[in-house]
Design a binder for this molecule. Structure first.
Ligand code: PGA
Length: 263
């Protein structure tokens, strides 16, 4: 059975006091079980602080970005080896904000995925369609072309290590979530496509949903068979709502445990 994976993307939010308060509250929750992998992606200046706080907990550390080059004259960038020093295990790549605000293109994203996999960390590869593309019935084509383009560059050997985060762009930070049915439909298309390429390689594939996930919609979303967890932005900034989202993952895992037969 797959572990559920819930990743907090703090984006450019937080400060030393707020980070401490949020994480200690979350770590104090006795309800969050081992059935859910929880990852925090803070702004990079707080990686060290977060690493120290979560050290004794089950929570893992992730990064919001990495440079596609190994080292050198790249002012303002952070390398994969630097992330490894903080024991980062996941790195977001291809987030729509990086694609649209910082003009990150598929080639750059592919290079980052190669760096991340080489460093034995897990790329969290974000894909998603715009509202216009959805209205024009282009969602499937857009999603699959985002995947195909990267596979063409990195190859399946690398791509099989990614976690995919399906984040419809129109749902990110807007409070407008894809319905559970809309999300499930796309997750299944992604899974079927990758299974068609190599079912064995993708047998453990995790596909996360992202885009205005909150404490109220997480249960319905996680109940979908092809939603394996969440990438959470604004609702990850409050311990209470993030905890509820993590628990939604736990409820799914528990609800599908086989019943014990009394002896
Ligand atoms: P949101 O952000 O939950 O605030 O919509 C999700 C994301 O951008 O990863």
């Amino acid at each position: 059975m797959q572990q559920k994976l819930v990743i907090a993307n703090w984006k450019m939010n937080g400060d030393i006091t707020a980070n401490y308060n949020l994480l200690t509250k979350l770590m104090g929750s006795t309800q969050i079980s081992n059935n859910t992998d929880i990852v925090i992606c803070p702004p990079s200046v707080y990686l060290s602080q977060v690493q120290d706080i979560i050290e004794t907990s089950q929570i893992k550390l992730g990064a919001q970005n990495v440079c596609s080059a190994i080292s050198g004259a790249y002012t303002g960038e952070i390398s994969i080896d630097m992330l490894a020093e903080f024991d980062c295990q996941y790195v977001l790549v291809g987030h729509s904000e990086r694609r649209s605000i910082y003009n990150e293109n598929d080639k750059e994203i592919a290079k980052k995925i190669i760096q991340i996999v080489n460093a034995k960390q897990t790329p969290v590869f974000c894909i998603g369609e715009t509202l216009t593309q959805r209205a024009d019935n282009e969602t499937e084509a857009v999603i699959l072309s985002q995947i195909k383009y990267i596979i063409d560059i990195v190859g399946l050997e690398y791509f099989k290590s990614v976690v995919i985060a399906y984040e419809p762009i129109w749902a990110i930070g807007t409070g407008q979530t894809a319905t559970a049915a809309q999300a499930q439909e796309i997750h299944l298309i992604i899974r079927n496509y990758l299974n068609g390429l190599d079912a064995a390689a993708f047998s453990g594939l995790k596909i996360l949903y992202g885009g205005s996930v909150n404490a109220s919609n997480a249960d319905e979303l996680i109940a979908q068979p092809d939603i394996d967890g969440f990438l959470v932005g604004s609702a990850s900034l409050k311990a209470e709502s993030f905890e509820q989202i993590c628990l939604a993952g736990q409820a799914k895992t528990e609800s599908i445990q086989p019943e014990l037969t009394p002896v």
